[in-house]
Design a protein around this ligand. Structure first.
Ligand code: CA
Length: 226
Protein backbone atom coordinates (compact mmCIF):
# COMPACT_ATOMS: atom_id res chain seq x y z
CA UNK A 1 0.00 0.00 0.00
CA UNK A 2 1.14 3.51 -0.70
CA UNK A 3 0.20 6.54 1.35
CA UNK A 4 0.58 10.27 0.72
CA UNK A 5 1.18 12.46 3.76
CA UNK A 6 0.43 16.15 3.15
CA UNK A 7 1.77 18.01 6.19
CA UNK A 8 3.75 21.25 6.34
CA UNK A 9 5.48 20.52 9.66
CA UNK A 10 8.41 18.62 8.17
CA UNK A 11 9.44 16.84 11.34
CA UNK A 12 5.91 15.65 12.07
CA UNK A 13 5.54 14.51 8.45
CA UNK A 14 8.74 12.47 8.73
CA UNK A 15 7.61 10.90 12.00
CA UNK A 16 4.25 9.91 10.53
CA UNK A 17 5.94 8.47 7.44
CA UNK A 18 8.39 6.49 9.57
CA UNK A 19 5.59 5.05 11.69
CA UNK A 20 3.49 4.12 8.65
CA UNK A 21 6.48 2.35 7.12
CA UNK A 22 7.53 0.54 10.27
CA UNK A 23 4.16 -0.31 11.81
CA UNK A 24 2.09 -0.90 8.69
CA UNK A 25 4.68 -1.68 5.97
CA UNK A 26 3.28 1.09 3.75
CA UNK A 27 5.21 2.98 1.09
CA UNK A 28 4.96 6.69 1.96
CA UNK A 29 5.45 9.96 0.07
CA UNK A 30 5.49 13.35 1.77
CA UNK A 31 4.37 16.75 0.44
CA UNK A 32 4.90 19.80 2.62
CA UNK A 33 2.63 22.26 0.81
CA UNK A 34 -0.90 22.09 -0.52
CA UNK A 35 -0.08 22.72 -4.16
CA UNK A 36 2.39 19.83 -4.32
CA UNK A 37 0.02 17.68 -2.29
CA UNK A 38 -2.89 18.24 -4.63
CA UNK A 39 -0.78 17.61 -7.72
CA UNK A 40 0.65 14.44 -6.23
CA UNK A 41 -2.75 13.19 -5.05
CA UNK A 42 -4.18 13.58 -8.55
CA UNK A 43 -1.26 12.03 -10.40
CA UNK A 44 -0.56 8.87 -8.33
CA UNK A 45 -2.99 6.10 -7.38
CA UNK A 46 -2.55 6.26 -3.58
CA UNK A 47 -4.32 3.85 -1.26
CA UNK A 48 -4.73 6.55 1.38
CA UNK A 49 -4.02 10.24 1.97
CA UNK A 50 -3.27 11.74 5.39
CA UNK A 51 -4.15 15.40 4.97
CA UNK A 52 -3.42 18.40 7.16
CA UNK A 53 -5.86 21.31 6.74
CA UNK A 54 -3.77 24.43 7.40
CA UNK A 55 -1.25 24.22 4.58
CA UNK A 56 0.74 26.73 2.52
CA UNK A 57 -0.50 27.60 -1.00
CA UNK A 58 -3.63 25.42 -1.10
CA UNK A 59 -5.59 24.53 2.06
CA UNK A 60 -6.56 20.97 2.92
CA UNK A 61 -10.32 21.48 2.55
CA UNK A 62 -9.83 22.93 -0.92
CA UNK A 63 -7.66 19.93 -1.87
CA UNK A 64 -10.36 17.61 -0.54
CA UNK A 65 -13.14 19.33 -2.50
CA UNK A 66 -11.04 19.31 -5.69
CA UNK A 67 -10.19 15.62 -5.34
CA UNK A 68 -13.83 14.64 -4.84
CA UNK A 69 -15.06 16.92 -7.66
CA UNK A 70 -12.63 15.21 -9.99
CA UNK A 71 -14.02 11.83 -8.95
CA UNK A 72 -10.96 10.77 -6.95
CA UNK A 73 -12.15 8.07 -4.51
CA UNK A 74 -8.98 7.64 -2.46
CA UNK A 75 -9.69 7.44 1.29
CA UNK A 76 -8.65 10.64 3.07
CA UNK A 77 -7.89 10.93 6.77
CA UNK A 78 -7.80 14.56 7.89
CA UNK A 79 -5.20 15.20 10.60
CA UNK A 80 -5.44 18.72 11.94
CA UNK A 81 -5.27 21.08 14.89
CA UNK A 82 -8.75 22.38 13.94
CA UNK A 83 -10.70 20.58 16.62
CA UNK A 84 -14.12 22.17 17.05
CA UNK A 85 -17.23 20.16 16.24
CA UNK A 86 -17.93 22.57 13.37
CA UNK A 87 -14.46 21.89 11.92
CA UNK A 88 -14.99 18.14 12.14
CA UNK A 89 -18.43 18.32 10.51
CA UNK A 90 -17.04 20.49 7.73
CA UNK A 91 -14.10 18.15 7.13
CA UNK A 92 -16.33 15.09 6.88
CA UNK A 93 -18.88 16.94 4.74
CA UNK A 94 -16.13 17.99 2.32
CA UNK A 95 -15.46 14.33 1.57
CA UNK A 96 -12.97 13.07 4.14
CA UNK A 97 -13.39 9.50 5.41
CA UNK A 98 -11.95 10.05 8.87
CA UNK A 99 -10.93 13.02 11.00
CA UNK A 100 -8.28 13.13 13.74
CA UNK A 101 -7.26 16.13 15.78
CA UNK A 102 -3.77 17.08 16.96
CA UNK A 103 -2.23 16.26 19.34
CA UNK A 104 -2.73 12.58 18.56
CA UNK A 105 -1.35 9.15 19.42
CA UNK A 106 0.64 7.69 16.55
CA UNK A 107 -0.66 4.17 17.25
CA UNK A 108 -4.23 5.34 16.83
CA UNK A 109 -3.37 7.06 13.56
CA UNK A 110 -1.81 3.86 12.20
CA UNK A 111 -4.81 1.76 13.26
CA UNK A 112 -7.23 4.19 11.60
CA UNK A 113 -5.11 4.14 8.43
CA UNK A 114 -5.17 0.35 8.36
CA UNK A 115 -8.94 0.32 8.83
CA UNK A 116 -9.44 2.73 5.90
CA UNK A 117 -7.18 0.67 3.64
CA UNK A 118 -9.01 -2.56 4.55
CA UNK A 119 -12.30 -0.98 3.62
CA UNK A 120 -10.90 0.22 0.27
CA UNK A 121 -10.12 -3.37 -0.59
CA UNK A 122 -13.46 -4.54 0.81
CA UNK A 123 -11.77 -6.62 3.54
CA UNK A 124 -13.15 -5.49 6.90
CA UNK A 125 -11.61 -8.55 8.60
CA UNK A 126 -7.92 -7.80 9.38
CA UNK A 127 -7.08 -11.49 8.87
CA UNK A 128 -7.13 -12.53 5.23
CA UNK A 129 -7.10 -16.27 4.49
CA UNK A 130 -6.41 -18.06 1.26
CA UNK A 131 -6.08 -21.84 1.28
CA UNK A 132 -3.68 -22.68 4.11
CA UNK A 133 -2.17 -19.18 4.04
CA UNK A 134 -3.24 -16.55 6.52
CA UNK A 135 -2.14 -12.89 6.67
CA UNK A 136 -2.92 -10.84 9.77
CA UNK A 137 -2.74 -7.20 8.67
CA UNK A 138 -2.89 -5.84 12.23
CA UNK A 139 0.18 -7.68 13.50
CA UNK A 140 1.65 -8.29 10.00
CA UNK A 141 2.09 -11.96 10.75
CA UNK A 142 1.95 -14.58 8.04
CA UNK A 143 1.20 -18.23 8.74
CA UNK A 144 1.12 -21.21 6.47
CA UNK A 145 -0.85 -23.98 8.10
CA UNK A 146 0.48 -23.87 11.67
CA UNK A 147 3.84 -22.44 10.72
CA UNK A 148 4.75 -18.79 11.10
CA UNK A 149 6.64 -17.43 8.07
CA UNK A 150 9.21 -14.63 8.40
CA UNK A 151 9.10 -12.16 5.51
CA UNK A 152 11.19 -9.11 4.75
CA UNK A 153 9.34 -5.79 4.72
CA UNK A 154 8.99 -5.61 0.96
CA UNK A 155 7.94 -9.25 0.67
CA UNK A 156 5.21 -8.66 3.24
CA UNK A 157 4.07 -5.52 1.44
CA UNK A 158 3.83 -7.44 -1.83
CA UNK A 159 2.01 -10.40 -0.29
CA UNK A 160 -0.52 -8.14 1.44
CA UNK A 161 -1.29 -6.37 -1.83
CA UNK A 162 -1.60 -9.61 -3.80
CA UNK A 163 -3.77 -11.38 -1.23
CA UNK A 164 -6.11 -8.40 -0.87
CA UNK A 165 -6.67 -8.83 -4.59
CA UNK A 166 -6.61 -12.64 -4.58
CA UNK A 167 -7.95 -14.17 -7.77
CA UNK A 168 -7.32 -10.99 -9.79
CA UNK A 169 -4.43 -10.39 -12.14
CA UNK A 170 -2.20 -7.68 -10.66
CA UNK A 171 0.04 -5.97 -13.19
CA UNK A 172 3.68 -5.12 -12.63
CA UNK A 173 2.77 -1.44 -13.11
CA UNK A 174 0.17 -1.66 -10.34
CA UNK A 175 2.70 -3.32 -8.05
CA UNK A 176 5.25 -0.56 -8.72
CA UNK A 177 2.65 2.19 -8.28
CA UNK A 178 1.15 0.82 -5.07
CA UNK A 179 4.20 -0.57 -3.27
CA UNK A 180 7.07 1.78 -4.09
CA UNK A 181 7.41 5.37 -2.93
CA UNK A 182 9.74 7.90 -4.52
CA UNK A 183 12.55 7.03 -2.11
CA UNK A 184 12.37 3.31 -2.77
CA UNK A 185 15.27 1.57 -4.37
CA UNK A 186 14.08 0.22 -7.63
CA UNK A 187 15.77 -1.72 -10.38
CA UNK A 188 14.46 -3.21 -13.58
CA UNK A 189 13.54 -6.67 -12.31
CA UNK A 190 12.68 -5.69 -8.74
CA UNK A 191 9.17 -7.14 -8.89
CA UNK A 192 10.35 -10.47 -10.29
CA UNK A 193 12.96 -10.73 -7.55
CA UNK A 194 10.43 -10.21 -4.75
CA UNK A 195 7.85 -12.52 -6.34
CA UNK A 196 10.48 -15.20 -6.59
CA UNK A 197 11.46 -14.73 -2.93
CA UNK A 198 7.80 -14.94 -1.86
CA UNK A 199 7.28 -18.12 -3.84
CA UNK A 200 10.31 -19.71 -2.21
CA UNK A 201 9.21 -18.81 1.31
CA UNK A 202 5.51 -19.51 1.01
CA UNK A 203 4.40 -21.45 -1.87
CA UNK A 204 6.90 -24.26 -1.76
CA UNK A 205 5.52 -25.15 1.67
CA UNK A 206 1.93 -24.91 0.53
CA UNK A 207 -0.12 -27.36 -1.45
CA UNK A 208 -3.04 -25.01 -1.62
CA UNK A 209 -1.79 -21.57 -2.66
CA UNK A 210 0.02 -20.49 -5.77
CA UNK A 211 1.38 -17.23 -7.19
CA UNK A 212 1.01 -17.59 -10.93
CA UNK A 213 2.65 -15.52 -13.63
CA UNK A 214 0.24 -14.49 -16.36
CA UNK A 215 2.54 -13.78 -19.26
CA UNK A 216 2.44 -10.16 -20.37
CA UNK A 217 -0.25 -9.27 -17.82
CA UNK A 218 1.07 -9.76 -14.31
CA UNK A 219 0.63 -12.03 -11.30
CA UNK A 220 -2.25 -13.64 -9.52
CA UNK A 221 -2.36 -15.34 -6.13
CA UNK A 222 -5.00 -17.99 -5.84
CA UNK A 223 -6.10 -21.08 -4.01
CA UNK A 224 -5.28 -24.27 -5.85
CA UNK A 225 -7.80 -27.09 -5.77
CA UNK A 226 -6.61 -30.68 -5.74
CA1 CA B 1 -0.33 22.77 9.08
Amino acid sequence: MRVLVVEDEAKLARNIAKALKEAASYAVDICTDGEDGQHQALSTPYDLIVLDLMLPKVGGLEILRNLRQKGCKVPVLVLTAKDTTEDIIQGLDCGSDDYMTKPFEIGELIARCRALVRRTYDRPDPIVRLGDLSVDMSSRTVTLGEQRIALRAMEYRLLEYLILRAGQIVSKTEILEHLYDFDAESFSNVVEVHISALRKKLITGSQRVSIQTVRGLGYVIREVSD
